[in-house]
Design a protein around this ligand. Structure first.
Ligand SMILES: Cc1cc2nc3c(=O)[nH]c(=O)nc-3n(C[C@H](O)[C@H](O)[C@H](O)COP(=O)(O)OP(=O)(O)OC[C@H]3O[C@@H](n4cnc5c(N)ncnc54)[C@H](O)[C@@H]3O)c2cc1C
Length: 325
């Protein structure tokens, strides 16, 4: 690991001042992903701006029909926080599926959403793939068993975050502080497809800091579930996951649905097809099955990842069946 400068910021303004306008300077939160990348040599940074000592970024608060979750909130805190448990159970379920207790104690919510791809070609320092500035996605012709079945061109990595699909299904907004001030946008709109930018997964630039999330309180009649399939029962990234957040009226008719898939696309994949299939329908066994079929109707398998289509279909059907009650 190369030596680097470590700058400890105590306010967001101090952190913004210490950040540069290129990726030689990086934001350091829990460090569970960034330091690993630096040790592996896939990231070379000259300076890290450590934001862990900024108290305002660690708070979880209730306000104006929203729950605000500071960027530095630990993933384990989400699991334990009474407000999150009462209002956003789907987020608690997703948090409980992340890695191991030790990593959940170190890893932050923003760090989880902004973690870099786990694609084995991207993570190999000797392989300069498209995402690292090369010309080719090696997974396209290599081992693509963990790769995307949606939106795979020109890079087929998958979004590794368990929290991101749940936050998108809840309609979360993010607050971003940068050189031009602070602004807010839907989390879903921060993501960049490989076609838009094969090197970055989101719109944050090197001088931006994600300061927090604002999550609208789900309306009465809403319920959600997060399910994840992985190869091993101990810590492992999702082969596929689904965050399903559904609102029904007194008649069990769906008035709104958020079906967001993880581990199967470069970004959290909002399944418009499944959502359309559910809209205005009673949540019957047939409708759950039809929505699961619709969720994978546009999936495209590569040579080694065809199993993900059946797996995703089954997860969606199982999640919706749980929501039928
Ligand atoms: C063995 C292992 C197993 C794992 N399994 C899972 C799993 O099953 N599911 C899952 O979802 N994740 C998993 N992870 C990933 C883990 O959850 C992340 O490493 C962790 O959440 C990252 O949070 P952090 O605070 O440590 O981020 P850091 O490592 O500090 O940062 C990660 C990235 O985000 C940037 N960043 C962080 N915070 C901000 C901010 N506020 N503003 C701007 N940029 C920021 C950093 O510059 C860096 O690029 C696993 C990790 C490991 C090592």
């Amino acid at each position: 690991m190369r030596s680097f400068e470590h700058v400890r910021a105590h306010t967001v303004d101090e952190a913004l001042e210490a950040l540069g306008d290129d990726w030689n300077t990086r934001v350091l939160a829990g460090g569970t992903d960034l330091l690993h990348e630096m040790k592996q040599g896939t990231v070379i940074a000259e300076r890290l701006v450590d934001i862990k000592q900024i108290p305002e970024l660690g708070k979880i608060e209730d306000g104006n029909g929203e729950v605000s979750v500071g960027a530095l909130s630990r993933i384990s805190t989400l699991e334990e926080n009474a407000l999150v448990r009462a209002r956003l159970p789907i987020l608690v379920q997703a948090a409980a599926e992340v890695a191991s207790p030790q990593l959940r104690n170190m890893g932050t919510v923003a760090g989880n959403v902004l973690q870099r791809p786990r694609c084995w070609y991207y993570r190999d320092r000797h392989t300069v793939c498209l995402r690292r500035g090369g010309k080719l996605c090696f997974a396209a012709m290599g081992d693509n068993s963990r790769h995307a079945i949606f939106g795979a061109a020109p890079c087929s990595m998958v979004c590794p975050s368990d929290l991101a699909p749940a936050l998108v299904a809840l309609g979360a907004k993010v607050e971003i502080a940068g050189p031009k001030g602070r602004h807010e946008m839907l989390l879903q709109e921060t993501f960049r497809t490989p076609k838009q930018d094969p090197r970055r997964e989101n719109c944050l630039g090197p001088s931006d800091i994600l300061t927090g999330f604002r999550i609208p309180e789900p309306a009465p009649g809403s319920r959600g579930v997060f399910l994840k399939a992985r190869e091993r029962r101990v810590w492992d990234f999702a082969l596929a996951s689904v965050a399903a957040q559904v609102q029904t009226d007194g008649d069990n008719t769906v008035t709104s649905a958020g079906i967001v898939l993880g581990g199967v696309a470069p970004n959290p994949w909002v399944s418009q097809k499944a959502q359309e299939t559910l809209a205005g329908e009673k949540l019957t066994e047939e409708v759950c099955r039809a929505a699961a079929d619709a969720a994978v109707s546009e999936a495209k398998a590569m040579k080694h990842n065809g199993y993900k289509i059946d797996l995703t279909r089954t997860l969606v059907e199982r999640a919706l069946t749980e929501l039928r009650g």
